[in-house]
Each structure stands twice: as structure tokens, then as C-alpha cells.
Design a protein. Structure first.
Length: 229
């Protein structure tokens, strides 16, 4: 079992539209900080800011409607549980006003997997280091209270550790176990980033991952397997 390190990247600063986010992250991290095989976790909010995915807060309702392809529930308090174009089922279609300067709210990136691939490629161009990238966002969970960070964008790793066909310690063949390691990486990184510490990126080093051409869209449960909608 390898030791795992989670290293916050402080000092990225405020991100605005058209900023070179990968450059900001690598500059804040410093030369020689990244190692081949590291996983860089970046919060959705700064990705959305860099991609100009901000709208005025008074357009919140219309933004939620435009970002939703299906509304599952509405609460009396105005919260909507909806499905986004990405397939995510989340509160208010991911539209959020926390950690946004001015009277604006942020929308999810149009294609978070593509965003992760661009950040990964840019980091390699800048540093020569081959890292993976996970874009994280905070989601609630259907059967548990509280929130945790999950992966909405993935580049450079497979999002699962697939144990199907292998045998457990008692020799039983596992038929259903797939660990959502990309979600675990997102949640682990949140431990050092927090919601009020202004740290928008972290390095996870030593995690048991499979490097490859994975995507966060693979984590979305297909509708025909969803027994609860």
C-alpha cells in the first residue's frame, strides 16, 4: 500500500474570464512541484470563471431552466433537482453563487471532460510533466445528508478501479465492485481546499489509479439502470 499525499496549491488568486488557468496553477505551485503520475484536482468554480461561464444573479431562474434538460423535483424553498446536459443529477443544475465576486452566479463548464483535457495538456506543455486532472464540484447525495466533492471532469486516468472478475480475500469472485476512484480523489482533495480557504487546486500523489483516457461522463448512471427516478 502506497502512502498518499494531498498537497494544497495556494496563491492562485482570483480567476477571471480568459485567464490561462493552467499557467496560474503551475505558477502558484512553483517549479518542480508536479511529478509524473500526480493527479491535479481543480475546483469547478475556477474552471467556470476562466471559461466565462458567469451570468447575472438576477437571471438565476432562467439560468437553471436553460441548464436543465429535465426537472426531477422542486422544493417549496425554490430549490430544483434537475438533470443537466452532462447527465448530472444535482441541485439547481449546478448553478451556484458561492465564491463569486460581484452580483454573478456560475454555470457548470459546457464540457468538463474537455476542460480537464485542456488543463492537462497545458500543464504538460508548461512543465513537461505528465499529470492527470480531475475537475471537482460539490454534490449532495440521494441517501445521505451533507455534501461531498465529486468528479465532473476527468483527463488522464480511468474514473473507476474495476474489481469485477477478481476474487476477494475469501476467494469469492466479485461481480459488481467498481470503485469510483475519480470521485474519491475529488473528495480527498477537498479536505485541503475547503470552501472558505481560497484554495482552488490540490495535488493528490500516490493514489492507486489507472492512467488512461477516462472521462467523468462514464460515472453517470444510465437511465435504464436508475431504479429511483
Amino acid at each position: 500500500m502506497n502512502d498518499i499525499r494531498i498537497i494544497p496549491i495556494a496563491g492562485v488568486g482570483e480567476v477571471t474570464a480568459a485567464d490561462d488557468l493552467a499557467l496560474l496553477i503551475t505558477t502558484a505551485a512553483g517549479d518542480g512541484t508536479f511529478h509524473d503520475g500526480d493527479v491535479i484536482v481543480v475546483t469547478q468554480k475556477v474552471v467556470s470563471k476562466a471559461e466565462g461561464r458567469l451570468v447575472p444573479a438576477n437571471d438565476r431562474d432562467s439560468a437553471i431552466a436553460s441548464e436543465s434538460v429535465r426537472v426531477l423535483r422542486r422544493s417549496q424553498g425554490g430549490m430544483v433537482i434537475s438533470q443537466t446536459r452532462h447527465g448530472f443529477v444535482c441541485a439547481n443544475a449546478g448553478v451556484d453563487g458561492s465564491n463569486i465576486d460581484g452580483d454573478n452566479i456560475a454555470l457548470l463548464p459546457v464540457d468538463p471532460d474537455a476542460s480537464a483535457r485542456r488543463i492537462r495538456a497545458r500543464i504538460k506543455h508548461l512543465t513537461g510533466v505528465d499529470v492527470a486532472v480531475v475537475i471537482s464540484d460539490t454534490f449532495g447525495r440521494a441517501w445521505r445528508l451533507g455534501q461531498t466533492d465529486v468528479a465532473i471532469g476527468v483527463a488522464g486516468i480511468e474514473p473507476f478501479l474495476d474489481y469485477r472478475g477478481q476474487h476477494d480475500a475469501q476467494g469469492r469472485e466479485m461481480t459488481a465492485t467498481r470503485i469510483a476512484v475519480a470521485d474519491e480523489l475529488a473528495a480527498a482533495a477537498e479536505l485541503v481546499m475547503g470552501k472558505i480557504d481560497k484554495i482552488c487546486a490540490a495535488i493528490v500523489r500516490g493514489a492507486n489509479v489507472r492512467f488512461g483516457r477516462g472521462a467523468a461522463t462514464e460515472l453517470v448512471r444510465p437511465p435504464h439502470e436508475d431504479f429511483f427516478r
